[in-house]
Design a protein around this ligand. Structure first.
Ligand code: PLP
Length: 408
């Protein structure tokens, strides 16, 4: 008898984006004259920059001739891309990461979801609340979370991120083995300083734990005092894996490319407590289950690091950050507390005890603006909404005018 993985039945159906779509649809049917402005889902709106398009085209053209055609490539990614990542994203910032510690993939969702496969089922896992949902759900699927009761999985350690702790998770009181961190954060937009990250690296060393550090929004960091990678912190190479994505950094949400850094020094322990190489485990997993990112996509990603590419993607992110700034200032002028919006494309707005779905409905029906209710990211998001800066300047300005009018 073919039997299902029972852990899947423990998953809480995520109705977030389908619920949003339904409410927006209902509203649109009744208000066909209103042009809805979407600042909800965190998808980019700007086209790939010219340098990237040229790299992409060049890659496609090479596939059109027998002399330059490529079949299967290295599962870990082509050296031309891994070398540029290692130099530009790490070595130039003082982080000693080499090209063979980079694993190119089709994006950070797959990597953050797949990485937990390398660990035992009975480890203790700590996740922030609110959180990017893939971390939690993939641990549910793996049978690591226990049952769902009173809105939370009994086997997980939740790290509440609230105003009181500046939306930065506190070090857990109990001992944990695996820690998910994400900075700049989705959904809150909060950032962590070097001192904050050092606290986590020290914790991981002390407790023989591992940090999974999601830096999908690293490109939005403009404050020179903030770390751009966890490997700026001494000792992090031993205790942290870092996930990166070209999705928000260079508009690749539909093109698909990202990478994971697993330093050779990074360790995990076997059942008798002996140190094992995490790099070897991930390499084994990656080469067994993944066959590489398409050649033209890797050529497109390589172009992000060309002189023209660097200038162009920076301008693109600057434009989103300008939107974020406008949103931040509007929310501030309306007297709401918020976090994020500088060094991040997300603004996390405190609805002042208002339920996040009520706040969502208010903005939809009074302003025709779509945001994301915070409850969709965890219990701690119940009184918050997330506003995303991914849209045109015109739409953001118009959305803010409408919100001012609706909430004044
Ligand atoms: N990690 C975080 C925190 C995200 O917000 C997202 C996408 O929204 C991802 C990872 C997924 O990125 P990718 O498009 O590379 O799969």
């Amino acid at each position: 008898m073919i039997r299902a993985n029972d852990n899947y039945s423990k998953l809480k159906a995520s109705y977030l984006f389908s619920d949003i779509a339904k409410r927006v649809d209902d509203y649109q049917k009744k208000n066909s004259g209103t042009q809805i402005i979407r600042l909800g889902i965190g998808d980019v709106t700007k086209a790939l920059v010219p340098a990237v398009i040229k790299g992409f085209h060049d890659g496609v053209d090479e596939m059109a001739s027998d002399a330059t055609f490529r079949g299967y490539g290295p599962e870990q990614g082509y050296a031309f891309l891994r070398d540029k990542i290692a130099k530009n994203d790490f070595q130039d910032r003082g982080a000693d990461i080499s090209a063979d510690e980079i694993f190119v993939s089709d994006g950070a969702k797959c990597d953050t979801g797949n990485f937990q496969e390398l660990f035992a089922t009975d480890i203790r896992v700590a996740i922030p609340d609110p959180v990017y949902p893939a971390y939690l759900d993939t641990n549910v699927m793996a049978g690591r979370t226990g049952e769902f009761a009173d809105g939370r999985y009994t086997g997980m350690v939740y790290m509440d991120c609230l105003k009181e702790n500046n939306f930065l998770p506190n070090l857990p009181d109990e001992e944990v083995d695996l820690i998910y961190l994400c900075f700049p954060n989705n959904p809150t937009g909060s950032t962590a300083t070097r001192a904050d990250l050092k606290g986590w690296v020290d914790y991981a060393k002390k407790h023989k734990a591992l940090i999974l550090f999601d830096a999908a929004y690293e490109a939005f960091v403009r404050d020179e005092n903030l770390p751009r990678t966890i490997y700026e912190i001494e000792g992090a190479k031993e205790v942290a894996v870092e996930f990166r994505s070209f999705s928000k950094a260079a508009g690749f949400t539909g093109t698909r490319c990202g990478f994971t850094v697993v330093p050779k020094d990074c360790r995990v322990f076997n059942s008798v407590g002996e140190k094992t190489s995490l790099h070897s485990l991930w390499n084994r997993r990656h080469t067994t289950k993944f066959n590489g990112v398409s050649y033209p996509v890797q050529k497109a990603a390589e172009a992000v690091y060309s002189e023209a590419g660097k200038v162009q993607v920076k301008q693109q992110i600057d434009a989103y950050l300008k939107n974020a700034d406008i949103i931040r200032k509007t929310i501030d002028s309306l007297g709401f507390d918020y976090v994020g919006g500088n060094n991040s494309p997300y603004i996390w707005v405190d609805g002042k005890d208002r339920d996040s779905w009520d706040f969502f409905d208010l903005l939809l029906t009074k302003a025709g603006v779509v945001c994301t209710p915070g409850a969709g990211f965890g219990r701690c998001g119940q009184n918050y909404i997330r506003i995303s800066a991914f849209n045109t300047l015109e739409n953001v300005m118009s959305a803010m005018d409408r919100i001012k009018e609706a909430l004044k």
